[in-house]
Write a protein that binds this ligand. Sequence first.
Ligand SMILES: Nc1ncnc2c1ncn2[C@@H]1O[C@H](COP(=O)(O)OP(=O)(O)OP(=O)(O)O)[C@@H](O)[C@H]1O
Length: 302
Amino acid sequence: MTRTVVRASGLTKRYGSFTAVEAVDFTVEENRIYGLLGRNGAGKTTIMQLLTGQIFPTAGELEVFGRPPAEHADVLRRMCFIAESQRYPDAYKPLHLLRAAPWYFENWDEEFARRLVDDFRIPLNRYVRKLSRGQLSAVGVTIGLASRAPITFFDEPYLGLDAVARHVFYDRLLADYAEHPRTIVLSTHLIDEVANLLEHIILIDQGRLLLDRDAEEVRGSATTVAGTRATVESFTADRPVIGREHLGGQASVTIDGRLDLAERLRAKELGLELSPVSLQQLIVHLTGTDLHAGSAGEEAAA
Ligand SMILES: Nc1ncnc2c1ncn2[C@@H]1O[C@H](COP(=O)(O)OP(=O)(O)OP(=O)(O)O)[C@@H](O)[C@H]1O
């Protein structure tokens, strides 16, 4: 039976008159990989700070492992939080950080940490202030993975990491998660890169919960219909459209929901192309107006 490790209900955080997180309800189940997604300023970091007890909610209920996280050392001990621009004391070298890590994380795996240091080519003996942005992120990712904390939060953890290093991160995360299941909450803007990794999506927009759904369901929840403009427009006329792009005489329209077999066959007869929407496309549709601006530009260029 899966256990609920986070329970947030009416979770709210205000800064003066500004509401960063507004009456958000969600749960996090044990041993799953969550994507906490949303545009800049949506409230992702604030939610992670609430969950990790770094700030207090203004209103609402929050329990992590059954207790409010801010006041319980035994709850905090079971977490690892790797922040976007994680800072370490200047006088430290990665060597020192890795030596100190087992004091904080009881599941710390020294061997795994060493392998990650090699994979990311982290210079162990260099002061952290001399490390490049990517190397610093690699240190954070190494600590986050090797901590094997029962719940690990990665808040945009790979600022400055190159494409190879990011793929090392995804690969090691998946492989280690398979052997040592735990709860991971990952916040990122590189949605396409992590789409296959995520098992559950929590989408935040302007402090509010927009979507809280199994990633598999999200992936199949919208369809893009492409073809000649008039045919696409007439085929999608009575359907809930969540995105539309035009390029010359061609159109690509994203509709909410799946099509049944009869509709698929009809689309085929009409020469239309159907494709499942990608997680990233869907999130752009749900949270933005970017595509419409883009399509106007494409149209002008055509
Ligand atoms: N201490 C604070 N005082 C006032 N406003 C704050 C404070 N911390 C965050 N905010 C505001 O709360 C909102 C949510 O910020 P948050 O950092 O949680 O966003 P985010 O989703 O993590 O964004 P990004 O993807 O850009 O990192 C933003 O509008 C931010 O300016």
